[in-house]
Write a protein that binds this ligand. Structure first.
Ligand code: SF4
Length: 240
C-alpha cells in the first residue's frame, strides 16, 4: 500500500491556522511529545520504506551511492538501464570508468560516483566474496559508503537496525522538532539513536524522509496540514 500523500492527509487534518506552541518543560512532557511524534508518523506512513528500486543489496548500494545530491526519482530512471548493461557486480568492477560515468551522468557528480561504484565492486569482490557485507564496520570500508549509505543498505536490504539514516530531510526535521541541537549528521544520528528505540530505527528513518518530502518540506513547510502542529515550536514554522 502506498504511503499517505498530502492530498490524503488533508481531510484528516483540515487547514487550520498553525499554532504557537510552548516547549515541553519536564522529562515526562518530552517523552509524551516524542510518543506523539511517533504515533502521528505511524498514522501517516505505517509502512514507509526506501523509495530506491532494487532487487538485492548490491543494487541498493549502487542506487544509494547514485542518490547523493540527486532525487530518488531520477535514480530510479537510471538504474533499470544500468543493471541491464551491468547485470553482475563483476561487470561494475571491470567497467570503463569513463563509460560508466557517462551512463550515470544524469545523477550528477558522475565522475566521483563512477569511481565509487567501481571501487565498491572491486572491494566487495576481493574482500567479501562478492557479497555486500552485513556490518557497519565492514561497509564503511567500501568506497562510496559512509554511515548514511551503510544504514540504508543494512536496514532496507538486510533488516539490520544499525543506526538512523540521516539525510537532508532527517537533518532538517530533527532540528525543527527539537530532537537534536546538532547540525553534523553523525551527531544528529547519535542523538536520534538515544531517543528512538532501536526496533524503530529503520522505520523511523523512512517515515521522517517521507514526512520531509510531503509535509515538512524545506521551504514553506505545510504546517496548516501537519498533524504535528500541536507539538511543534520550530522557529521556521509557518504561523498564520
Ligand atoms: S510542517 Fe510545520 S508544524 Fe509540521 S513539523 Fe514541520 S515545521 Fe512543524
Amino acid at each position: 500500500m502506498p504511503d499517505t500523500d498530502i492530498a490524503a492527509v488533508t481531510p484528516q487534518h483540515p487547514v487550520t491556522p498553525p499554532r504557537k506552541v510552548p516547549k515541553p518543560k519536564t522529562a515526562a512532557e518530552r517523552k509524551a511529545r516524542f510518543q506523539r511524534i511517533v504515533t502521528e508518523l505511524d498514522k501517516l506512513f505505517p509502512r514507509a520504506t526506501c523509495a530506491l528500486h532494487h532487487k538485492d543489496a548490491w543494487q541498493l548500494l549502487v542506487a544509494t551511492i547514485l542518490s547523493a545530491q540527486c532525487t530518488d526519482e531520477r535514480v530510479n530512471k537510471v538504474t533499470p538501464g544500468l543493471f541491464e548493461k551491468y547485470p553482475r557486480i563483476e561487470d561494475f568492477a571491470h567497467a570503463s570508468r569513463e563509460e560508466l560515468a557517462n551512463d550515470i551522468r544524469s545523477t550528477g557528480f558522475f565522475n566521483n560516483k563512477s569511481r565509487s561504484l567501481i571501487g565498491a565492486a572491486n572491494k566487495i569482490l576481493s574482500d567479501y566474496h562478492g557479497n555486500v557485507p552485513r556490518t557497519m564496520d565492514e561497509l564503511l570500508l567500501v568506497p562510496g559508503a559512509a554511515r548514511k549509505t551503510a544504514n540504508v543498505v543494512l536496514g532496507t536490504a538486510y533488516n539490520i537496525p544499525s543506526g538512523v539514516v540521516v539525510d537532508t530531510h532527517v537533518q532538517r526535521i530533527s532540528l525543527r522538532l527539537d530532537l537534536t541541537r546538532n547540525t553534523d549528521p553523525v551527531k544528529i544520528e547519535q542523538d536520534l539513536m538515544k531517543i528512538v528505540p532501536q526496533d524503530r530505527w529503520i522505520l523511523f528513518s523512512h517515515q521522517v524522509i517521507h514526512f520531509g518530502r510531503q509535509i515538512c518540506v524545506a521551504r514553506k513547510p505545510r504546517c496548516a496540514n501537519c498533524p504535528l502542529d500541536a507539538i511543534c515550536y520550530a522557529k521556521d514554522k509557518a504561523l498564520a
